[in-house]
Structures are given as structure tokens and as C-alpha cells.
Design a protein around this ligand. Structure first.
Ligand code: PGA
Length: 211
């Protein structure tokens, strides 16, 4: 049974050589659900059961140069990150992409910034990731006060969502703050950017989630 999720969002980082080395240095078989999200060209390097895309086209198929469709994503991935705040997509687009994933058997990891809207983004089968705008990509800085705030927000979001909803936290998660995050919040896992670029650092986070 999945205990918690550890999702590595590598964003636009890591070359072919870097990813090959990363994978050689990462062996994990425990009960934390690990997902790795590389840039599109490298999806095929990741085991299908662990592979997530970082985005998908809102279009299904056809003449859309530079886009990657859900029918292609699903050849490589079980999951797909949708609506990351760095992409600045409208709610309408995010919801369309969410449904496209669900209709094609890919689990969407739907990112949202405004906790008040969690119910709008939820649909059975989705993973929700609350990305605290204050903590996204700020170089791993997250202090104790923030953790208390995060705890309150997550608690309120959980109350507004159906009991089975999976809620993941994202924003400056690192090996220093994961013990406090894991102890004091009701999070079902973490979406990790910067700290996931180092396999050992990511592993240290996973070990805490196992406890
Ligand atoms: P960060 O990124 O851990 O570097 O803040 C998290 C995210 O944007 O998913």
C-alpha cells in the first residue's frame, strides 16, 4: 500500500548524462511512491511505473508543432504534473488537462496555489499538490513559522476535500525541513524541485516520509 508520495520535479534541469548518473545513484524499493518527472526527451529513461511528465498539451492530437499529446505521454508515464505555477496557466486550461489525463488513464498531479480553490480542482483519481507561492523555488529556504502556516492551510484544505483525496505539498522541501513538515502536517507527500536534483538529497527526504 502506498504510504506517501515523493515526486521529483526536475523542471528544465539535468542532461542525458546527468540523468543517467542520477539513476545509477538511486536505488529505492520501499513503500513511498516515488515519481520522477524529467523533461520530455528523457521520459523513456525512467521506468514506466515511476515516470511522470511535467506537462501535456491541451490538444488531443494533430498539427500542433512543439506540443506533446496525452496519447504520447501515456506510452511513458503513469502520472503527469498539470498546471504548475511556473507555467501560469488559466484554471480552465488546467481543468481541461486534468480531464484529458483522467480520460486517458494517466493520473494528473494537479498543482494549485490558492487553497480556497482546492475543491474546484479536485476530481476523483487526481492527486492535488498545493504549491505555497511564498515557497516555490526560493532556493530551499523554509522556516519554522512557514511550517505552522502550511499546517493550518493543509488542515483547512483537507477538511474541504473528500476523505480519499490525496494532498501533496510543494515548495522548498529539503532534507532540513522535511522532518518538521512530515511530523506536523497531514500531507500525503511532497513535490520536490531543487532538492530532487541530487539523488542522495532526494533519498534523505524519502527516508523521512517512510517514518
Ligand atoms: P522547489 O520546487 O522545491 O524548488 O521549490 C517545487 C516545485 O516547484 O514543484
Amino acid at each position: 500500500m502506498i504510504k506517501k508520495y515523493a515526486i521529483a520535479n526536475w523542471k528544465m534541469n539535468l542532461s542525458l548524462n546527468d540523468i543517467t548518473k542520477w539513476l545509477n545513484n538511486f536505488q529505492y524499493t520501499g513503500n513511498v511512491k516515488v515519481l520522477l518527472a524529467p523533461s520530455y526527451p528523457y521520459l523513456g529513461l525512467i521506468d514506466h511505473t515511476r515516470c511522470s511528465a511535467q506537462n501535456v498539451s491541451v490538444k488531443e492530437q494533430g498539427s500542433h508543432t512543439g506540443e506533446t499529446g496525452i496519447f504520447q505521454i501515456k506510452d511513458f508515464c503513469t502520472h503527469c504534473i498539470i498546471g504548475h505555477s511556473e507555467r501560469k496557466e488559466s484554471k480552465k486550461i488546467v481543468l481541461e488537462k486534468r480531464d484529458l489525463c483522467l480520460n486517458n488513464g494517466v493520473t494528473p498531479i494537479v498543482c494549485l496555489s490558492n487553497p480556497e480553490e482546492s475543491y474546484d480542482y479536485y476530481r476523483s483519481g487526481t492527486l492535488l499538490a498545493w504549491e505555497d507561492p511564498k515557497n516555490i523555488s526560493v532556493g530551499g529556504v523554509l522556516n519554522q513559522i512557514d511550517i505552522n502556516e502550511i499546517k493550518n492551510v493543509i488542515y483547512k484544505m483537507k477538511k474541504a476535500l473528500p476523505e480519499e483525496a490525496v494532498l501533496i505539498y510543494g515548495g522548498s522541501v529539503n532534507r532540513q525541513n522535511i522532518p518538521a513538515l512530515n511530523n506536523t502536517t497531514l500531507i500525503d507527500g511532497v513535490l520536490v524541485g531543487g532538492a530532487s536534483l541530487d539523488p542522495q538529497h532526494f533519498m534523505d527526504i524519502i527516508k523521512v516520509l517512510e517514518k
